[in-house]
Design a protein around this ligand. Structure first.
Ligand SMILES: Cc1cc2nc3c(=O)[nH]c(=O)nc-3n(C[C@H](O)[C@H](O)[C@H](O)COP(=O)(O)OP(=O)(O)OC[C@H]3O[C@@H](n4cnc5c(N)ncnc54)[C@H](O)[C@@H]3O)c2cc1C
Length: 314
């Protein structure tokens, strides 16, 4: 049987991993990237012999990258070399007010004691909770596809949710533990990665402090572009066809998506048969010949808006 064809739009980490997963599952995958370079926000700029990472610079949660490559029987070290930074990073509160955050917990505790006597003990209790949240969060929440609330209907998860501090804000959780303003800022800052504020973020996300202080800050030797190279190499190994300089959002949204859902759901009324005929013709007309328009999908196989469209037309 010929392979089903899928087109993924965008070559950020999301697009690259979706394409690779689909290819691994047996689809024939084409990935379209509007820019000349792959990697999305993690792309690299090179000029006059210098190389600049254009986006991410913090490599946290190395276990997530390891788990990604492990799905395909690979390891991070097959593609790039990771180095744990020590100190992890430096925070500049002002010109002469600098906090250097070490990699190891005993030294981090000493640093906390320096800023606020007695705070090392509080840090230990904070981090024990944060570690539990991280384990539960990664095991029971993060990898769920989020297609239905029923995914979360398990007694153990509901029991664990009580430990997860979802009804307290990150701010009150941090403030209850630490008084020194710079320590409070240090403990609140990882929330910025969620694009959120500590006041509006549940204390569940102290799991980010665990990712920060316990799991550490890492650096892929050669820069963040090495991760993109690794994702691209793995995608190619799986047979994904990667096409740069290809901007197809107009086709996917206006023309091809209706066609996809009509193909996926059998038309039942004269109107839906008519729409199917129109969209089939128009998508064939607008679609580049190398892409089989009947198989065009976005990164996820069944986004909710496709289902809404099905409902309206059928
Ligand atoms: C300045 C900055 C610093 C950051 N720092 C960190 C950090 O330290 N640590 C961390 O973990 N994260 C960091 N992030 C976040 C991280 O970079 C992003 O979460 C991640 O790269 C997003 O990947 P993505 O695949 O979801 O989206 P993107 O990387 O945005 O990928 C989307 C891709 O789709 C392409 N595309 C869009 N429309 C079309 C179209 N119509 N046709 C074809 N292609 C299209 C785009 O060109 C792009 O390549 C940072 C981000 C920025 C911008």
């Amino acid at each position: 049987m010929p392979k089903k064809k899928v087109v993924v739009i965008g070559s950020g980490f999301a697009g690259l991993s979706a394409a690779t997963n689909l290819a691994h599952k047996g689809y024939q995958v084409t990935l379209l990237e509007k820019n000349a370079q792959f990697g999305g926000r993690a792309r690299v700029m090179e000029s006059q012999g210098f190389r600049f990472d254009m986006g991410p610079s913090w490599y946290w949660m190395p276990d997530v990258f390891e788990a990604y490559f492990a799905q395909f029987g690979k390891k991070v070290s097959d593609y790039y070399h990771l180095h744990r930074l020590d100190p992890g990073y430096t925070v500049f509160f002002g010109k002469d007010d600098v906090m250097t955050v070490p990699a190891q917990m005993p030294e981090i505790e000493q640093m906390f004691e320096y800023y606020e006597p007695g705070s090392a003990k509080k840090l230990r209790s904070f981090m024990t909770q944060a570690g539990e949240k991280y384990q539960i969060g990664m095991r029971d929440l993060v990898y769920k596809p989020n297609r239905s609330v029923l995914e979360y209907a398990s007694v153990s998860l509901l029991r664990n949710m009580l430990k997860m501090d979802v009804f307290q804000s990150m701010r009150s959780h941090v403030y209850a533990h630490f008084k020194e303003p710079r320590l409070r800022k240090l403990m609140e800052f990882p929330v910025l990665f969620l694009g959120a504020t500590p006041q509006n973020t549940p204390a569940l996300y102290s799991l980010m402090n665990y990712a920060d202080l316990s799991l550490g800050t890492w650096y892929p030797m050669g820069g963040m572009g090495e991760i993109v190279k690794a994702f691209v190499a793995l995608a190619e190994e799986k047979g994904v066809e990667l096409i740069p300089n290809a901007d197809y959002s107009l086709l996917s949204v206006r023309v091809l998506m209706p066609h996809v859902f009509i193909r996926r759901k059998r038309p039942t009324t004269p109107m839906s048969w008519l729409l199917r005929a129109i969209t089939t013709t128009s998508s064939k007309r607008f679609c580049p010949p190398r892409i089989d328009s009947t198989a065009l999908l976005t990164g996820k196989t069944e986004p909710w808006h496709l289902r809404v469209f099905c409902f309206i037309l059928d």
